[in-house]
Each structure stands twice: as C-alpha cells, then as structure tokens.
Design a protein around this ligand. Structure first.
Ligand SMILES: [Fe+2]
Ligand SMILES: [Fe+2]
Length: 113
C-alpha cells in the first residue's frame, strides 16, 4: 500500500470511528439517563473528552503533524477497551439489576425492579 493510499485508509478509519462513537455514546447516554445512575455526568464527560481527543488526533493526522499513528491507534483501542470493561460496566450492572445505584453510592432505595 502506498503512503497516499494508507493515509486515505487512515482518514476513513477516523471518520468511521467518529461516526461510531457519536452514535454509540448517544445511545449509551440515553440509556443511562433513564437509570438511577449517579455517575452519569462524569461518564458523559469521559465520552466528551475522548471524542475531543479523537478529533484532535484526526486534525493532526490530516495536517500531517503525526504519521500513521500506530501509537495513537493503540491509545484509542486501549481507551475503548478499558472504558467498556470499567466505566460502562457500572451502568450495565445497574441496567441488569446487579447493582442498585451508581458507583458513587447512588441511593439504592430509589431503584425499584
Ligand atoms: Fe460504551
Ligand atoms: Fe461509556
């Protein structure tokens, strides 16, 4: 694959990731906004911060400030995996009834199954 081709592929990956994140985060936030989830604001902030980072990486890539960005890709993959395993896990457990409130100790008595 020539350099110009690989840049096009990388640009498409950034665009797909951006679309995926926008839809995924919005779906997730709609879901946890319907729950007694005390960490919702912090969780949304994590989503916003990561989205901002992805936009910044994409801009730097397109301005050719960064190259093929394997480190950037690794960072983004690690973020997504850790976020799903840790932060998303919290509200998923509330959703499935395995946890009564947010990890900040939301009031269990407001949670009616
Ligand atoms: Fe998620
Ligand atoms: Fe999330």
């Amino acid at each position: 694959m020539r350099k110009s081709e690989s840049r096009v592929v990388m640009s498409e990956i950034f665009n797909e990731l951006d679309l995926f994140l926008t839809e995924h985060f919005q779906t997730e936030e709609n879901l946890f906004d319907s729950l007694p989830y005390s960490a919702a604001a912090g969780h949304k902030e994590e989503h916003r911060n990561f989205t901002r980072k992805v936009h910044r990486f994409k801009a730097e890539f397109e301005e050719e400030k960064i190259g093929l960005a394997v480190d950037v890709m690794n960072f983004m993959c690690d973020w997504v995996v850790n976020h799903i395993k840790n932060i998303d896990r919290e509200y998923a457990d509330i959703f499935t009834g395995q946890r009564p409130g947010g990890y900040l100790g939301g009031p269990a008595d407001t949670w009616n199954h």
